[in-house]
Design a protein around this ligand. Sequence first.
Ligand SMILES: Cc1ncc(COP(=O)(O)O)c(C=O)c1O
Length: 341
Amino acid sequence: MLSKLCRKLVPYRAGEQPRDRRYVKLNTNENPYAPSPAVVRALRDSDSFAFARYPDPDCVRLREAIAEHEGVKPENVFVGNGSDEVLAFAFAALFDEDKPVKFADVTYSFYPVYCDLWGLAYRTVALRSDFTLDRQGYRELGGAVIANPNAPTGIYEDVSEFIGKDFPVIIDEAYIDFSGAESMAKRAALSKNAVAVKTFSKSYSLAGLRCGYAVANPEITEGIVRVKNSFNSYSVNALTQAAALAAVCDEEYHRETVEKVIATREEFCRELTRKGYEFIKSAANFVLVTVPDGNGEAAYLRLKERGVLVRYFNAPRLKDKLRISIGTPQDMTELMKALTS
Ligand SMILES: Cc1ncc(COP(=O)(O)O)c(C=O)c1O
């Protein structure tokens, strides 16, 4: 009884969210710290009568606050239900079925899923042996998608050369706050072709509330709105809008949390070096670590048995690696103990 499209779909496989026992959970790049106390206050003080009404479909107050944070105008900002949704809408708004969109062979594995869902052609461009972008591969194309920092490598690269080109480019900046580098959001807003996509899930500790946004020129954001309104006019619920607004306005808490995660990442990398592990230097809130005996799956299962969840990708070039999210210092000590014992 299923449609041809549905029968062919191979959905994205999200990291496990197990309920069977307590794990040191380092498998989905969540933030180990709670969101800003201002978020909790905003949720507690929410007017329950407002829940009887539909939320603001245009997320006006939140877009204004994000615009101020990014140094752009509200019409440059589109807000969605997690950056996954923003990415899905942006793919539909920007790419065509007859001109292949390109992305790396090792990157966020949701990109090919969006292409298949919308019926878009795509080609992967192999990262070089050091897992950096092969820029020659992005010459003839209908569009490009670049995660920066990339996932699951954690590598940050300067991608400003893609801005201003004659093809649309999506720069997925889910992890940019952990890189110390400048977001491309402001430049995207002024460009004809670029969209920067960001999320509240990682650096703002709001993965459970689902909020992400895109920054681009108003023609592009209006196009993304058109896709959204052809799908779900009210995709961002009222509580999420209130929480994200409080989070983006508490820049001090955000900065402190990001600094704590970066400090833990750097200490974790020093510890990996001391123990002789190979890993890729990360600009994100996770590290891609090579398993000494080359068997990533066995190491993943061993860690899981010991109560530590990390991410293993059964994919070419990643079979000997584990992607380990940065937790609290104590989480990382427990991980290290489980990894080396
Ligand atoms: C590169 C990248 N982009 C986007 C997302 C989606 O994040 P969210 O939908 O929680 O905003 C993720 C999630 O892990 C990611 O790794």
